[in-house]
Design a protein around this ligand. Structure first.
Ligand SMILES: Cc1cc2nc3c(=O)[nH]c(=O)nc-3n(C[C@H](O)[C@H](O)[C@H](O)COP(=O)(O)O)c2cc1C
Length: 334
C-alpha cells in the first residue's frame, strides 16, 4: 500500500511536470535592428526555465554589404522581387529537431521578404523543420510590407507551416520622410540626416516588443501554440495603413517586370545590368515621387467613397494577430 501510494505520487508528479517547450528563432540582420527586436521578444522566453530557445543565425556565402553601394543596392532588386534564393552557409540545424514554435523575423527588401530569409524558406531542411509547425512572423521594415507578407504566406504554406501570428514594426516617421532617410541610412550607415527624424524603428517600439515575448511565454504555458492562433491578439501586433496598398501594388509590378528584364541581362553583378539599372533608377524615382504622393492625395480626396474598401484591406492584412489593444496596459504592458 505504502509503496503503491509512493508510485502514484511519483507518476503523478511526472505527468504534471511542466513540459519544456522548444522554440526556433531565425536570425538575420544587417544593421542589427531586427536582431535587437528579436532579442526583446526572446527575453521573457529565455528567462523561463520551461522554454528552450534555439537561434539559427543565417550566414550567406556571399554576404550583402552594409552600408550598401549605390549599384549594389539596386542590383539586389531583381532577385529579391523574384524570390531567387542566395546560397547560405551550412545551417547548424540538422533537420531532425522538433520545435513547438518557430519565430521567423524578417525584413522587407523591395516589397518581398529579404533574400537571406527567402533562402532559409527554400532550403532543403525548411520543410522538415517547419512542416506542421506554428510560425510567428516578425517584420521590421520602413513601412511597406503587406505584399511581402503575402509572399511569405505562400512560402510558409509550401513548407507546410501554419502561420499563427504576425508582428509588424515600422519606421514611425511619415512615408515621404522615410523615403529619404531610409535609403540614406542604407547607403551611408548613418541614421540621422540633417534635422530629419532618425531612420529605422524607434527605441521605444523596440523596448515595447517585449510584450510579444511575455504573451508567447504565457501562451506556451497553456499549449496555445497547438491551437489555431492567434497567440498575440490584443497587443497591437499589426497596424495596417491600407492607403499604402496602391503604391505597393504599383511597386511590386514594376519590380517584377523590370526584374525579369534585368535577369535576362545577366546574374547579380553582371556588367550588362548597369545601364538598365541606371534607367530603372530614373523610372523608380519618378514612380516614387509621383505614384506614392499622388495615390495618397487621391485617396485622401476620395476618402468618403473609399472607406469601405480601405477598412476591408485593413482587416485583411491585419490578420491573424490584429491591431486591437485590449490586452495592453497604458504603458504597453501585457
Ligand atoms: C535592399 C533593401 C531593400 C529594402 N526595401 C524595403 C521595402 O521594400 N519596404 C520597406 O518597408 N523596407 C525596405 N527596406 C528596409 C528593410 O526592411 C529594413 O528595415 C532595413 O534594411 C534594416 O534591416 P536590418 O535589421 O537588416 O538592419 C529595404 C532595405 C534594403 C537593404
Amino acid at each position: 500500500m505504502h509503496s503503491n501510494s509512493h508510485n502514484y505520487k511519483q507518476n503523478h508528479s511526472v505527468s504534471t511536470a511542466p513540459q519544456v517547450k522548444r522554440v526556433l528563432v531565425i536570425d538575420y540582420s544587417q544593421s542589427g535592428q531586427l536582431t535587437r527586436i528579436a532579442e526583446r521578444i526572446l527575453a521573457p522566453l529565455r528567462q523561463d526555465g520551461n522554454v528552450e530557445v534555439r537561434v539559427e543565425t543565417l550566414r550567406l556565402c556571399r554576404p550583402y554589404p552594409f552600408p550598401w553601394t549605390f549599384f549594389g543596392f539596386l542590383d539586389a532588386f531583381p532577385e529579391s522581387a523574384h524570390l531567387v534564393a542566395p546560397t547560405l552557409e551550412p545551417l547548424t540545424l540538422r533537420g531532425d529537431e522538433d520545435f513547438d514554435l518557430v519565430i521567423l523575423p524578417y525584413q522587407v527588401w523591395f516589397l518581398a521578404p529579404s533574400p537571406p530569409v527567402t533562402a532559409f524558406l527554400k532550403h532543403p531542411l525548411a520543410q522538415r523543420l517547419l512542416g506542421g509547425k506554428p510560425v510567428v512572423t516578425v517584420i521590421a521594415c520602413r513601412n511597406m510590407w503587406m505584399l511581402a507578407q503575402e509572399k511569405m504566406k505562400q512560402m510558409l504554406s509550401e513548407c507546410g507551416a501554419r502561420l499563427v501570428d504576425n508582428v509588424v514594426l515600422t519606421d514611425p516617421s511619415p512615408t515621404l520622410v522615410t523615403l529619404v532617410t531610409t535609403p540614406y541610412w542604407l547607403l551611408t550607415g548613418r541614421k540621422r540626416l540633417l534635422a530629419l527624424p532618425a531612420a529605422g524603428i524607434d527605441d521605444n517600439s523596440i523596448a515595447q516588443a517585449e510584450r510579444f515575448g511575455r504573451a508567447l511565454r504565457d501562451g506556451l504555458q497553456h499549449d496555445e501554440e497547438r491551437g489555431p492562433g492567434p497567440m498575440l491578439h490584443g497587443l497591437a501586433s499589426c497596424v495596417v495603413n491600407p492607403r499604402l496598398y496602391v503604391s505597393e501594388r504599383a511597386g511590386t509590378r514594376s519590380f517584377y517586370l523590370w526584374g525579369k528584364l534585368l535577369r535576362a541581362a545577366g546574374g547579380p553583378g553582371a556588367p550588362g545590368r548597369k545601364p538598365l539599372l541606371l534607367l530603372y533608377v530614373v523610372f523608380l524615382i519618378l514612380l516614387i515621387i509621383s505614384v506614392v504622393p499622388l495615390s495618397l492625395l487621391i485617396q485622401t480626396a476620395l476618402r468618403p467613397f473609399l472607406t469601405q474598401r480601405l477598412t476591408a484591406l485593413k482587416q485583411r492584412f491585419e490578420m491573424p494577430s490584429g491591431s486591437g489593444r485590449e490586452r495592453m496596459g497604458a504603458n504597453g504592458s501585457v
